[in-house]
Design a binder for this molecule. Structure first.
Ligand SMILES: *Cc1c(COP(=O)(O)O)cnc(C)c1O
Length: 439
């Protein structure tokens, strides 16, 4: 069920004002999800750390911060965003399988609340930069619980032999290494088993493994744990999915509360997925080989989920030009030069015609954040709606944005080539990684 039930008149007005394709997010819908989750977990000491990669728009981040959420980040760029959005560094958890030394340094100097390490090698890297602050650095272990969730293969992350997490049989050794280092303190253990998980049983399995890890660590004499992190992944309804009830989810993770530790959750999709939609306008209707194509101005570069994950989003006609009331079964396709560029196949739509405004529902998560400039298309505008008010929270990219930082061959000829043994000013300028990291 789409919870972003925004009136057609509002969507029409937004499209007329800022053009299409455009993402629209409903703040109220985000709040509703947040409160439903905290409500279901009432009585269990817990903290929600919003997983920023689902939707990292600064306005959306602000809505969640004001609700009291912390942030779960996976890159230095996300760190920069959440600091800009006003998150207290102590409410940030830094996860991710391949944090660079630069990213770890930035996180340490920002004072993030917890760094989740995913391997012994990453811990060794962290040790080389810890120890400059006065207080020991809070560290968590992300463990691979060997739980294979029943979701799309690309959104499973907790199975044996996957790149994520510390393998079960190394957890104790890594925990001991953290405990033995005077500059570190082991505050958390956690898992993240995947995304769009609809079965509570997977969480029950993960929670019982996780509670087992807590026991092991404590039996080894390490008593510094403060929190236990079940990760994200709570599934939502797009079309035919049947997500678990939140009460079943809460029951599944109850063993974590029994450890006496604070339970951390890292939901992304659950909080924002149903709260957003993508507005796109029909350019042409075309018949070919027995099919009817509605060619719209939004494509796979704007919303990649249909072609990447075979995801199905509901598609509605918001408004159509006068005299176009026929029902037709159409493939809603974008303008990109790729056969995989579709937003929905074989959809019965009433009033699809050039000029019609379409809403691709439930596109608030992994929509804009996975968008790209493929085919040199400026990325969409993003709009935040709160009650009856709306505002641009990210303007549409401009043509000039597309080539920012690029140089023509003539410009390179005049200043830019480096020889193998030397460097030129222009090449040095291009090496931006360290100075572009948040400080
Ligand atoms: C992506 C991710 C999440 C959020 O997943 P959702 O399915 O959006 O809830 C949580 N934790 C980690 C470590 C992640 O990588």
């Amino acid at each position: 069920m789409p919870s972003a039930d925004l009136p057609a008149s509002l969507l029409d007005a937004i499209a007329a004002e800022v053009g299409t394709p455009t993402y629209v997010y409903a703040a109220d819908a985000v709040r509703r999800q947040y409160h439903a989750l905290t409500g279901a977990l009432a009585g269990m000491p817990h903290r929600i750390h919003y997983s920023v990669k689902a939707n990292s728009n600064l306005g959306v981040l602000g809505v969640l911060r004001r609700l009291g959420a912390g942030a779960d980040i996976v890159s230095g760029g996300e760190l920069r965003r959440v600091l800009r959005a006003g998150y207290d560094p102590s409410t940030i958890v830094f996860s991710g399988v391949g944090k660079s030394l630069e990213e770890l340094r930035a996180a340490v100097s920002a004072g993030v609340g917890l760094i989740n390490v995913e391997s012994r090698a990453e811990l060794d890297a962290l040790i080389t930069i810890a120890g400059r602050g006065s207080a020991p650095l809070p560290v968590g272990l992300r463990v691979n619980p060997e739980v294979t969730a029943d979701t799309h293969p690309y959104t499973r992350t907790g199975g044996r032999g996957m790149k994520f997490g510390i393998p079960s049989d190394e957890v104790l050794e890594v925990a001991q290494a953290v405990a033995d280092d005077p500059h570190l303190v082991l505050e958390g253990v956690g898992v993240h088993i995947g995304s769009q998980i609809c079965e509570a049983a997977h969480y029950a399995e993960a929670a019982s493994r996780l509670a087992g890890f807590v026991r092991e660590v404590r039996q080894a004499g390490i008593d510094s744990l403060k929190r236990v992190d079940i990760g994200g992944g709570i599934g939502i309804r797009y079309r035919n999915e049947r997500p678990m009830e939140l009460t079943d989810f809460a029951d599944a993770i109850r063993p974590l509360a029994d450890t006496g530790l604070s339970v951390v959750l890292e939901p992304g999709r659950y909080l924002v997925g149903n709260a957003g939609l993508l507005l796109t306008r029909c350019l042409y209707v075309k018949r070919s080989g027995g099919r009817i194509f509605a060619i719209v101005d939004g494509g796979m570069n704007d919303l990649v989920r249909p072609s990447w994950y075979q995801a199905e989003h509901e598609i509605d006609i918001v408004s159509s030009p006068p005299g176009s009331a026929d029902a037709q079964v159409v493939d809603v396709v974008g303008p990109l030069c790729e056969t995989g560029d579709f937003l929905g196949l074989e959809r019965e739509l009433i009033g699809v015609a050039p000029g019609a405004l379409l809403a691709i529902r439930d596109a608030g998560a992994y929509g804009f954040t996975m968008s790209s400039n493929y085919n040199s298309r400026p990325r969409a505008a993003e709009i935040l709606v709160d009650g009856g008010k709306w505002s641009v929270t990210r303007r549409r990219e401009l043509m000039d944005d597309l080539m920012r930082g690029e140089r023509t061959l003539e410009e390179i000829d005049s200043t830019g080539w480096a020889s193998p043994d030397g460097s030129s000013a222009a090449v040095a300028e291009a090496r931006t990684a360290p100075s572009s990291m948040p400080r």
